[in-house]
Ligand binder design. Structure first.
Ligand SMILES: NC(=O)c1ccc[n+]([C@@H]2O[C@H](COP(=O)([O-])OP(=O)(O)OC[C@H]3O[C@@H](n4cnc5c(N)ncnc54)[C@H](O)[C@@H]3O)[C@@H](O)[C@H]2O)c1
Length: 373
């Protein structure tokens, strides 16, 4: 099996699909495996060519990396990126498969067998391949650091000769993987942290990290059979927004991460709620790319509303490129482990539930019930 790692081309993308340690580990699995990395692919994440060579990869041109039986990438490919692939090749990357119909259709039309990292099932067996979780961990951590820098204040309590500083009050909305990491990071910085989620199971997790769960128990538990949140009704949403508006006014910082897979982000903080926050407060909205959890969020921008700064970062995992790449590479390595057959050849077993669920294009067809067509 020849594996290729081209340099990412999406604007602002600093991550790389394989880090040198993962190269070493994959090559150690079978002599029949070879890895070609495009020169400079790991530079922005802190992994220079020489480290890939030391790990046993061949470092060469883009076309060398694109000649692999399997091409590994991070970002959703552009039309031009899909045109670089050949029929029969396997591509493993993020694909936004539930919403990007054009990408799915173009990959199928190109005869590419495409695996979407977002479509890896959230099962115990697939946990080590779960890039949504590994990258959300990076995003949650980065969000807390950005919020702390933007707030221009100490987060922990300080007693100094020049007076006492009270700890920052931080509210985290949505306590999935990213939210829980934001809570843990804010706690480590010394803040008083409150967390909220519409899934009751998350309340215990918030508390286990030292956060105070905001128990809005007038909303019934909104966890569906798959473990995700169901969308709230408009009436429920309005009740939540009102309760959060009262709470928001008491916070120095709000970090929002609420999401429903494949849908626009729910609005949790209205413009009126922002107007009641103290000047100098900060909102960091991790849902900026899917519409935002705050009504005033603009993706990729920082908006100032009456002295409240609303930051709408995009691609936060890329801000943590070194470690986000390390975790992502491990996810890929584990997934590839299911595809390595005899003598290191590529073998796709569609009877395997992970292969079946993650493959969204094969033999010229778009696959999977939830995949956008
Ligand atoms: N392998 C596994 O078993 C595995 C791995 C990762 C996550 N999970 C589970 O999957 C679920 C979702 O995780 P995720 O981080 O990918 O979620 P996500 O990124 O899709 O959503 C983030 C959070 O937003 C919450 N949310 C949605 N609407 C909201 C609203 N109106 N108000 C407040 N919060 C709202 C969700 O409940 C979720 O916790 C969790 O139950 C998690 O424990 C399981």
């Amino acid at each position: 099996m020849k594996i290729g790692v081209p340099k990412e081309t999406a604007e602002g993308e600093r991550r790389v699909a394989l880090v040198p340690d993962a190269v070493r580990s994959l090559l150690g699995k079978d002599d029949g495996i070879a890895i070609a990395v495009e020169s400079g692919a790991g530079d922005a994440a802190g992994y220079p060519d020489v480290q890939y060579e030391e790990a046993g990869a061949s470092v060469g041109s883009r076309s060398d990396a694109l000649a692999g039986d399997v091409v590994l990438s991070v970002a959703v490919p552009s039309t031009a990126g899909i045109a670089e692939l050949k029929s029969g090749q396997v591509l493993i990357t993020h694909l936004s498969p539930w919403t990007a119909a054009e990408t799915n259709n173009a990959l199928a039309a190109a005869g590419v067998t495409a695996f979407a990292m977002e479509a890896i099932p959230r099962t115990t067996r697939a946990q080590a391949m779960d890039a949504l979780s590994s990258q959300a961990t990076a995003a949650g951590y980065a969000a807390a650091l950005i919020a702390s820098r933007e707030s221009g204040r100490f987060w922990g309590m300080l007693t100094t000769a020049a007076g006492t500083i009270r700890p920052a009050k931080v509210l985290v909305l949505g306590a999935g993987v990213a939210g829980l990491q934001a809570i843990a990071t804010a706690k480590r910085l010394g803040a008083i942290v409150t967390g909220f989620d519409i899934r009751r199971a998350a309340w215990e997790q918030i508390a286990s990290l030292g956060g105070r769960p905001l128990e809005l128990d007038f909303i019934p538990d909104a966890e569906d059979e798959g473990g995700y949140a169901r969308p709230l009704t408009e009436e429920e949403n309005e009740q939540v927004r009102q309760a959060l508006a009262e709470n928001a006014a008491r916070q120095d910082v709000i970090i929002t991460t609420a999401a429903i897979p494949g849908r626009a982000a729910p609005i949790l903080i209205t413009a009126d709620a922002v107007a009641n926050m103290a000047p100098g407060s900060v909102i960091v909205d991790l849902a900026a790319e899917t519409g935002g959890n705050c009504e005033l969020t603009e993706a990729g921008k920082t908006v100032d509303s009456g002295g409240v700064r609303i930051v709408g970062p995009t691609n936060l995992p890329s801000a943590m490129a070194g470690h986000a790449s390390q975790l992502y590479a491990k996810n890929l390595e584990n997934l590839l482990g299911l595809m390595i057959g005899e003598d290191g050849s590529l073998e796709l077993d569609f009877e395997d539930d992970i292969i079946d669920a993650a493959c969204i294009a094969h033999d010229g067809e778009v696959r999977g019930e939830r995949t956008a067509k």
